[in-house]
Design a protein around this ligand. Sequence first.
Ligand SMILES: C[S@@+](CC[C@H](N)C(=O)[O-])C[C@H]1O[C@@H](n2cnc3c(N)ncnc32)[C@H](O)[C@@H]1O
Length: 246
Amino acid sequence: MKIEDYLESLPQNLIIGDDVQLSDKSFREIFNFVKLGPDDIFYHLGCGDGKGVKIAIEEFNVKKGVGIDKNSQKINLAKKNPGEFFCNDIKNLEFLDATVILFWFTNEEIINHIMEKFELLKSGTRIITIWGPLPDCLPDKVNFPYIINTVPFKKTSSLQEQLLAIFGVKCVDFVTAWEYAERYTKAIGDPAVKNDRFLTIIQTLVIWINAKNLGVACREEIPESIKTYLNIMKMHFDIEFEHLLK
Ligand SMILES: C[S@@+](CC[C@H](N)C(=O)[O-])C[C@H]1O[C@@H](n2cnc3c(N)ncnc32)[C@H](O)[C@@H]1O
C-alpha cells in the first residue's frame, strides 16, 4: 500500500491535527525558545484545552494570554484556566496587539488566509510554527521542530533555501534526515511513548525524499540506509514510498 493510503487509514482527527494537543513539556520548550516574558501579549491559535495559555500566564508571566479555538467543548475546558478564551474560527478574529503567536496549522487554506493578518502585525511580533516556516518565508530562528518567524517576514521564492535554513546544512543526507525526524517525534510526542521508531523511520524517509525531489539531497543516488528502510517498510509493513521519488 502507498504511504498516502496508510495515512488515510489512520484516525483523521489525529491526521488533520484537530485532536492533537501539545504536552506541557513542549509548551515550556517553545516558550523558553521564544523568550516569552512579562512584556508579551501571547495568543495561541487553535488553543485546545488552554494549557498553553495557562503556562504562558502562570510560568512565563505574560501581560495577557489569549486562546482561540473553533471547538466549543475545548473552549469550555479552556475557560477553567486563567486567560481570555474565544470560541471562533481563527479566520474571523483579529490579534493586532499580539507580540507572540503560537500557530501550529498545516491546512493550506487556513495558512494562506491567516498570512494576510500576520503581515499586518506590529514589527517584531514573533510567530512560532512547528516543523515548517510560514509559506515563502525564511525563518528568523530555528530550534527544530520549533521555528520563529518575525514580522516583517523575510521572503524567499525558493523552497530549497527554506529547507536548508531549517536544517542548517548545505544538503540533506540520511543522518540529517534521521536526526531531524527524531527531534520532531521527541519534541511533540507524548513523553510516555517508548517506541516511536516506526514514526521516526516514516519521517526520515519523507524528509529525505522531499530533499531529493527539491534537489538538495547530498547525493544523486539513494543512500544505503535509506534503501534499507525503504525495504523494511515494504517487506514488513507493506508500506511503499518509492513512487514519491521524482
Ligand atoms: C494543532 S491545532 C491545528 C489543527 C489543524 N487542523 C491543522 O491545520 O493542522 C489543533 C486545534 O486547532 C483547532 N482548530 C482547527 N481549525 C481551527 C480554526 N479554523 N479556527 C480555530 N481553531 C481551529 C482544533 O479544534 C484543535 O483544538
